[in-house]
Each structure stands twice: as C-alpha cells, then as structure tokens.
Design a protein. Structure first.
Length: 294
C-alpha cells in the first residue's frame, strides 16, 4: 500500500478526533469546577451569633458564589443546589445555568465603572471566543482542501490542508492560553464581591477549584490537531514522491524514435543515393557529344 494512502487515512482520522474533541469542549460547561462546602460554612456560622456571621449566613442562602458550580465558556451551571436569587434556565444537558456576560453589546453601559484589570479580563474573554471561532473556520477550510486533495491526489492541496490544520492548532492553543489568563485574573486580580480576592476567609478556605473534563478535552483536541497537521504534511511529501516516480516511468515510454528509411538492392546492399555522385550532369541533347559541344 502506498505511504500516501496510509498517512492520508491516519491524518483524516486524527483530524476528525481533534474536531470532535474541540467541539465538545467548546459547547460544554465543565471547564472549571468550583466546589463549595456549604454544610461546613453553615455549621461554622451557626456557632457564631455576631452580626457579621449573621450577614454571612444570609449571603450563603442568596449569593451564587456560595453554591457549587461548574463554569464553561458561555455558562455557569449548578449541578447541585441552585441559588434562589439568580435567574437560571435548563441547559441542553438538563442543568440549571445562567449565562456569562461578555457585554456584547453593552447597551446599558454596565462596563462604565470597570477597573483596568476588569477590562483586561473582559478583552481576554472576548478574544478567547474569537480565536476558537476562527480555529473552527480554519478546520472547515482544511476539510474543503483535504477533500479536493484526496480526490485529485494533489500534493499542493494536501500541503494547504496541513497548513490550515496547523493554523487551527495554534489558534485553539492561543485561545486556551487566554482562558488561563481569564482564570488568573478572576482569582488574583479582579476585585469584587463575586471574586475570590474579596471573599470572606470562611468561604475562601472551604472552596476548591478544579479543572474539569471539558478543559481536558480541549487540550487533547489541540494536541490531536497538531498530530493531524504533521500527518497531512507527511502525506503531501508521499504524494509528491509518488508523482515524481510515475512521471519518471512515463517518460520512458514517451522518448521519440525516428526510423531511418533507405532503399536496398537485391542481396541486401543499399542503393546509392543521388547525392553520392559529384557532377557534372548532362541534358538529353548533349549526351551524344560529351561534355564539349563542337
């Protein structure tokens, strides 16, 4: 079996795996799991009767950040209890969620009082979504060039497919980097009651942040897209080598052969051509008198 057929098959399989994993990760809401030990917080606050503890106890039953939740690119979902003060809806997987606001558009000028850190986090979040969308467009373009290249067995189209898959890999990796930037700013930079920098020590000590399975799928999809780009480039090299070998074989049958036509006398000896005799030549009238006319 030609190496191009093997590498093209492997590249197609890996690219399908990469697209599937990235799509699932992009659409699901299990990138970050924030586990809040509500029972421990309530038990701790119930043992203290001061005003601050009572205010915190009221927040435990109303504020969303006192509830266990999972966070994706577009939604925050509550797999256990859900806060009564937050308007939620059922996601496609039957989980109560609310949307993450990227303020597109910002009709009510809600970003007017944002700090520089909050603006940086918002811009990184918007850019993250944009990079993921562009990476999916690159994958779709790679699909078109890949189908054309397989149909025509064109090394150029397969090389373009490899470049597009590599571009998709770099774009999605960049989006993952921006996601980490957003996560870092939310935990360490941005100040607000919903961010850890301003949480009470009771909540901070009883909250655990863990990367979830959607996040893992996204990184695996990035790696598979890189493998697909490498395999497509290898398939292009194989196709180019096979085409050169085919052209070399065909050239052997296209070499021109010119046969020499010559008359032969009896016995196999060639007849002399007229050019073999050097002058003089006579007309019919002068043949009886020789070369001189007296």
């Amino acid at each position: 079996m030609p190496c191009s057929a093997v590498t093209l098959s492997l590249a197609t399989i890996t690219s399908i795996i990469a697209v599937t994993l990235l799509t699932i990760a992009f659409a699901t809401d299990n990138w970050l799991r924030i586990e809040v030990k509500r029972a421990e917080i309530q038990d701790f606050l119930s043992k203290h009767s001061d005003a601050q503890s009572q205010a915190l106890l009221d927040s435990v039953n109303s504020k969303y950040y006192y509830y266990t939740r999972t966070k994706g690119l577009f939604r925050i979902c509550y797999p256990k209890e859900r806060p009564p003060t937050v308007k939620t809806y059922l996601s496609p997987v039957e989980t109560h969620c609310n949307n993450i606001n990227y303020f597109i558009p910002d009709d009510n000028n809600e970003t007017g009082n944002f700090t520089d850190d909050a603006w940086t986090k918002l811009h990184m979040g918007r850019s993250m979504i944009a990079l993921f969308v562009i990476s999916f467009l690159a994958i779709f373009s790679a699909f078109c060039t890949g189908v054309t290249g397989c149909w025509r067995r064109s090394p150029g189209n397969i090389t373009a497919t490899a470049i597009l898959m590599l571009l998709a890999c770099l774009l999605s990796a960049g989006a993952m980097g921006l996601w980490h930037g957003v996560d870092y700013y939310e935990r360490e930079k941005v100040v607000g009651e919903e961010y850890p920098q301003q949480w009470s020590s009771v909540l901070r000590d009883r909250t655990r942040f863990n990367y979830d399975w959607s996040y893992m799928l996204a990184w695996v999809g990035v790696l598979w897209s890189l493998v697909a780009a490498i395999l497509f480039s290898g398939a292009a090299i194989c196709l180019r080598g096979e085409r050169e070998r085919e052209e070399a074989i065909n050239m052997q049958y296209l070499m021109p052969v010119y046969p020499q036509k010559q008359q032969y006398a009896y016995g196999g000896y060639p007849l002399p051509t007229p050019q073999a005799y050097a002058g003089p030549y006579y007309t019919t009238g002068s043949a009886a008198y020789g070369p001189y006319n007296y």
